[in-house]
Design a binder for this molecule. Sequence first.
Ligand code: HEC
Length: 155
Amino acid sequence: MASKLLAFLLLLFFFIACNQIKKEDDSTEQTKNDSLKTCSMNPNGQSELAELMRQMQGHINSIRDASIAGTISGEMPDFLNTIHTAKPTDSTMVDSEFDSRADEYLESVKNLYHRNPESQKIAFNTMVSKCQSCHEHYCPGPLVVIKKMYIPLQP
Ligand code: HEC
């Protein structure tokens, strides 16, 4: 159990380290971003999926403090499950990988709700990493906001 946690922590550090390296390599990221849809933040975006994403963002912000304090309990809010059915602005945006990526995100939220207080910060960051990986794949617009959501962990 302890070794599992250690392996997980190592992975997480690796993940954060990789991200830092990537930030320095702006030009490659730029080229990559140009080939993706932007899905920039448009507060009046009409699609069901855009609306849900804003609610997901609200949800994640509303539980950040509780994750730091380790006081998350209960169950994941039901509305998050509609990620599988909400209609996107542009249907070409959603490919065959969307559902499995959405499931990874939902699993990470459920996991957070069932974690012991000490590991809720880590579970929270895992959840944010699911927002991040999905957006790196589909549309990088919200990444700026998403990357700021991570809870800094002690070295
Ligand atoms: C399964 C893939 C996936 C995951 C996971 C995901 N997103 Fe998204 N997100 C999308 C797609 C696709 C869109 C474009 C939706 C549209 O325009 O219809 C989007 C749009 C957005 C938008 C723009 C909404 C608007 O106003 O137009 C924000 C903000 C956002 N996501 C934040 C988040 C946050 C925060 C998380 C994690 C809690 C997250 N996303 C997780 C795929 C994902």
